[in-house]
Design a protein around this ligand. Structure first.
Ligand SMILES: C[S@@+](CC[C@H](N)C(=O)[O-])C[C@H]1O[C@@H](n2cnc3c(N)ncnc32)[C@H](O)[C@@H]1O
Length: 188
């Protein structure tokens, strides 16, 4: 059994609203979009014109629209000065824990926007759950239990890194059965 729903931009309105929060009333912002896809989110916000957006896009696919750095975001991010940005966007299909960890450990100061999605057969990021007090034995013998703690584990991960407030959008409904879908932004 496998859950494999990959939708580039479900919940467009809610996701755009989070990014408007991250722009924080600025008239200009340097944005690093690490999971850029075809660039719908930041393309839409650029077109709105309320904020001049200097956008750097990363996307692993070779066939996405527009201009972007093509390849794995972790490799690009490791070579960048993340403090040169005002907003970092991690709009993953899954759980961008390594990317989030890199951002939190960096000199970056600004807003981070995250999409965090796991399903009942996923969510096995060892480090995330180890920090939550669930050791390897639980991860190995009963991995599906982890999804029940996914929300608490990700916010524990952030809290341990000094985050005390997030703007969260967590849509519910029958189409999300079996998934944890969290869309959020916070200021680092
Ligand atoms: C949810 S979509 C992003 C949609 C995008 N934010 C937009 O506004 O249209 C996730 C994208 O991340 C890309 N992706 C997945 N893993 C990646 C990685 N390690 N590095 C770079 N891009 C990645 C996928 O190919 C996909 O296009």
């Amino acid at each position: 059994m496998k859950y494999t729903t990959k939708t580039d931009n479900a919940y467009v309105a809610g996701k755009l609203a989070l990014r408007r929060i991250a722009l924080d009333g600025k008239t200009s912002a340097r944005v690093l979009d690490c999971y850029s896809g075809d660039g719908l989110m930041w393309g839409t916000l650029k077109a709105e014109g309320a904020c001049k957006i200097d956008l750097t896009r990363i996307e692993v696919k070779k066939t996405a629209k527009g201009v972007y750095l093509q390849g794995d975001n972790l490799k690009f991010m490791a070579g960048m000065d993340l403090s040169a940005f005002d907003v970092i966007d991690l709009d993953a299909y899954g759980a961008p824990i390594e990317q989030l960890d890199m951002v939190m450990a960096s000199a970056f100061r600004g807003w981070v926007v995250v999409t965090y999605i796991t399903n009942i057969l996923g969510g096995r990021n060892k480090r995330l759950f180890a920090e939550f007090g669930m050791d390897d034995r639980i991860v190995k013998t009963c991995p599906s239990v982890l999804s029940h703690y996914a929300e608490a584990a990700i916010f524990n991960f952030l809290q341990r890194r000094g985050v005390d407030r997030v703007h969260l959008f967590a849509p519910e409904g029958p189409q999300n059965k079996g998934f944890v879908k969290l869309y959020f932004t916070f200021r680092k």
